[in-house]
Design a protein around this ligand. Structure first.
Ligand SMILES: Nc1ncnc2c1ncn2[C@@H]1O[C@H](COP(=O)(O)OP(=O)(O)O)[C@@H](O)[C@H]1O
Ligand SMILES: [Mg+2]
Length: 423
């Protein structure tokens, strides 16, 4: 049987042969899938010719390895194909981590050296006309399947080239899926469904990877299909199928710093497109002011997300983002805008055990002593962590009748108020 060092050298020989003999195939026309298939057949033939004794699985690994080296993203390829992997983090040649079902684990793959990582990064960002080198040591890109990639190298990344990939979730969740996962309860889902149909303005707050975009998508599915939707995102992640919909995506400036369009530019443009609803993937900056103004001027039913850890924290974050717009507004005016515009804040959290939960559905009320008042409608009460590491707690209704009910009633949206009763 061949040892793994020999396998590596066999891999390298085959790689070289392929580059020499199959240049026409690689550069020629045809889909990537076709090329992969042809290449695999050829490499298999070369392995047979080499008369090396390999187990069937070693032979398959070898063939896949060569094909991936030549056509794909090398060691990342099996991780990209594995649907259970949601995130890939490369910290160094031998330090690759993945996330599966909310848990981070070490991946069983490695790169030859730092140059090999750089090589793969070039392969990812090259086709979209970006580059990474000492003068531009960080880059955002997307894989052909929509997965988001960030790469950062020396001198900024002092431990060597680092790569983070957020895989494109191929299946989007509906509210019912999230109920099954335990992200929220059926009563909460019933309330949110009614809230979306009644065109409440909803702000989803949460940390990175807490499930904001997934929840935004699930809520958006509840928008009646006859409504016209304009979505604005940094990279198109939402997967809606409404017939009357336009999807806008921001664009970073080119290397000379020109031709960029921000989320804010697109939100302003979206307002001129006669939308029934505007959905902004994530508010990070001054576009928040435009969103609030839109919500305050009849574009009800708008949905967006932002990075914050509690509903109160979300308010503070929204204030900060409004101030980033460059429009000078006194704080009381900003707060009036917020309290007039946003009906609900949904807090999305990723708990210690990796589970994602909607830990609060909170109503935004009027100003009181110059502060925006908040009132929970539902929340998750966490009581501790069990011996198995699982979070212990339960969702409870606060027993509060939200003002939003008036809107739900006025629009004749079916909703059973009993679900709001405290346990
Ligand atoms: N409710 C959920 N339960 C389990 N996994 C989830 C849930 N929501 C999202 N995920 C997974 O978590 C990852 C991050 O979700 P995403 O919605 O992109 O988070 P965010 O927008 O907050 O960064 C994705 O891989 C997604 O499939
Ligand atoms: Mg997101």
């Amino acid at each position: 049987m061949i040892r793994s060092a020999d396998l590596q050298s066999l891999h390298d020989q085959l790689h070289e042969r392929v580059l020499g003999e199959m240049r026409d195939l690689l550069a020629g026309p045809g889909t990537l899938e076709d090329k992969r298939r042809t290449l695999a057949t050829e490499v298999r033939r070369m392995v047979r010719e080499s008369k090396r004794i390999l187990t069937p699985s070693a032979q398959n690994d070898l063939v896949d390895g060569v094909v991936n080296t030549v056509l794909g993203f090398g060691p990342l390829e099996p991780l990209l194909r594995d649907e259970t992997v949601t995130e890939i983090m490369v910290n160094g040649p031998d330090r690759v981590f993945i996330e599966r079902k909310g848990k981070v684990e070490r991946a069983n793959v490695s790169f030859r050296d730092e140059d090999h990582i750089r090589d793969i990064v070039d392969r990812i960002v090259g086709p979209i006309g970006r580059r990474i080198d000492e003068s531009s040591p960080l880059v955002d890109a997307r894989l052909p399947d929509g997965s988001r990639v960030n790469a950062i190298i020396r001198p900024l990344a002092v431990s060597g080239p680092s790569l983070s990939i957020r895989k494109f979730a191929k299946v989007a969740f509906h509210l019912e899926d999230l109920v099954k996962f335990g992200t929220l309860t059926q009563p909460m889902a019933d309330f949110l469904r009614a809230a979306v149909r009644a065109k409440l303005n909803i702000f989803i707050s949460g940390g990175t990877g807490s499930g904001k975009t997934s929840t935004l998508n699930a809520l958006s599915y509840e928008i009646p299909t006859h409504e016209r939707i304009v979505t604005v995102e940094d990279s198109a992640e939402l997967q809606l199928k409404h017939p009357n919909m336009v999807n806008l995506e921001s664009k970073p400036p080119n290397i000379e710093g020109r031709g960029g369009y921000t989320i804010r530019d697109l939100v302003k443009n979206a307002l001129r497109m006669r939308p029934d609803r505007i959905i902004v993937g994530e508010c990070r900056s001054g576009e928040t002011l435009d969103m609030l103004q839109a919500m305050n001027t009849g574009h009800d039913g708008s949905l967006t997300t932002a990075h914050a850890n509690t509903p109160a924290d979300a308010l503070a974050r929204i204030e900060t983002m409004v101030l980033m717009s460059g429009v000078e507004l006194p704080l009381p005016a900003v707060r009036r805008q917020i309290s007039g515009a946003i009906h609900l804040i949904l807090q999305q959290s990723r708990l210690l055990d990796g589970s994602r939960k909607i830990t609060a559905i909170t109503e935004v009320l009027d100003l009181e002593d110059n502060e925006v008042k908040l009132q929970d409608i539902f929340r998750f009460d966490q009581r501790g962590v069990g011996a198995d590491g699982k979070v212990i707690g339960e969702f409870v209704a606060a027993g509060y009748r939200p003002r939003a009910l008036a809107k739900i009633k006025a629009m004749d949206i079916p909703f059973d108020e009993a679900v709001l009763a405290a346990p």
